[in-house]
Design a protein around this ligand. Structure first.
Ligand SMILES: Cc1cc2nc3c(=O)[nH]c(=O)nc-3n(C[C@H](O)[C@H](O)[C@H](O)COP(=O)(O)OP(=O)(O)OC[C@H]3O[C@@H](n4cnc5c(N)ncnc54)[C@H](O)[C@@H]3O)c2cc1C
Length: 282
């Protein structure tokens, strides 16, 4: 398997870390924020786009066996501090939600490749759905530090799910919010919005995470903008997270060369143009 151009793994640093929970709270009715302290400084070895595998605890109600992949929402500023933002979904995350401050959580990582932010980039567009914002938030911080202008389209079920402040964390950005509740997040409306933004502004890169439909829409839109780079962080279900079990493979098309790649190892960040539609697997 050959690696995509944005591949810059720092696999030498992958390790298991026993962390202490130092903050754990609801952000809204569906999402929780957890802040951990690790015995080593993860800020130096963790980059935007990467993820960790979390060993969710066993509770009376849930006995999650596999580790659960979570994007890094933030690292630092104190040495060893790492943050995750997660949707309380099934057995693993429901068990995770029970962890008390002072308790411990084992995490394995950093895993996967990174978003690339080209040195010449002056303006980026992020199109993000739901908790995909946790994955893209560190990139927005990095872009702002580099003096890159950020525009964002944030999509959520309803205004109370949007988490705009949690996404921007103080970064100044042009934000467009769309919702399922008023129909503004539908793919056609979103496509009109994105096409309008791309027509008016000289974007260098478009990034996305959190929705396959949005990914496919962006792929189509970018056909009309060959100079704009596109990257997506894929949220494929995975088991080992280390490239061994092959449960997270997806089909990609690289200049006509169709290849199955592991989202956990060759990804999770891929060129938007190379992702093939889920229906084309068979
Ligand atoms: C790279 C990456 C980053 C992510 N980042 C975030 C994030 O920041 N925040 C967030 O809320 N969510 C994130 N997710 C999604 C998150 O991992 C899932 O929502 C979470 O695993 C759900 O676990 P659960 O036990 O609550 O749900 P369940 O649906 O009960 O269990 C899902 C888990 O079961 C296992 N599993 C189920 N089916 C299969 C299968 N067919 N093959 C292999 N394994 C299987 C996997 O371990 C999977 O993670 C991310 C996913 C990926 C891949």
């Amino acid at each position: 398997m050959t690696a995509p151009p944005c591949f810059q793994r720092n696999a030498d640093h992958v390790a298991s870390h026993r962390c202490e929970v130092i903050e754990h709270r609801w952000v809204n009715s569906r999402y929780r924020y957890i802040r951990l302290h690790a015995p080593v400084d993860l800020a130096n070895i963790t980059r935007p786009g990467q993820f960790y595998q979390l060993k969710c605890p066993t509770t009376e109600a849930h006995q999650p066996f596999l580790l659960r992949p979570m994007s890094v929402y933030g690292v630092g500023p104190e040495p060893g501090t790492i943050e995750f933002l997660y949707n309380v979904a099934g057995a693993g995350t429901q068990a995770l939600a029970t962890l008390a401050v002072g308790g411990s959580l084992d995490i394995v990582g950093p895993l996967g490749n990174l978003f690339s932010l080209p040195a010449h980039a002056q303006r980026i567009l992020v199109v993000v759905r739901g908790v995909g914002l946790a994955t893209l938030a560190p990139l927005v911080q990095l872009a702002a530090l580099a003096g890159v202008q950020v525009s964002a389209v944030l999509s959520a079920r309803a205004p109370q799910d949007l988490m705009r402040d949690e996404f921007l964390r103080g970064v100044q950005a042009e934000v467009h919010s769309v919702y399922d509740s008023d129909g503004s997040s539908g793919v056609e409306a979103l496509e009109r919005l994105v096409r309008g933004l791309l027509a008016r502004n000289p974007f260098d890169v478009v990034y996305t995470c959190g929705s396959h439909r949005v990914l496919m829409m962006l792929q189509q839109v970018l056909e009309d903008h060959p100079a704009i780079r596109g990257e997506v962080a894929m949220e494929q279900r995975m088991a080992c997270g280390m490239g061994v079990c092959l449960s997270c493979v997806r089909l990609f098309d690289r200049d006509g060369d169709r290849q199955f790649l592991r989202v956990c190892r060759e990804g999770p960040v891929f060129d938007i143009r190379q992702v093939m539609k889920e229906v084309e697997f068979g």
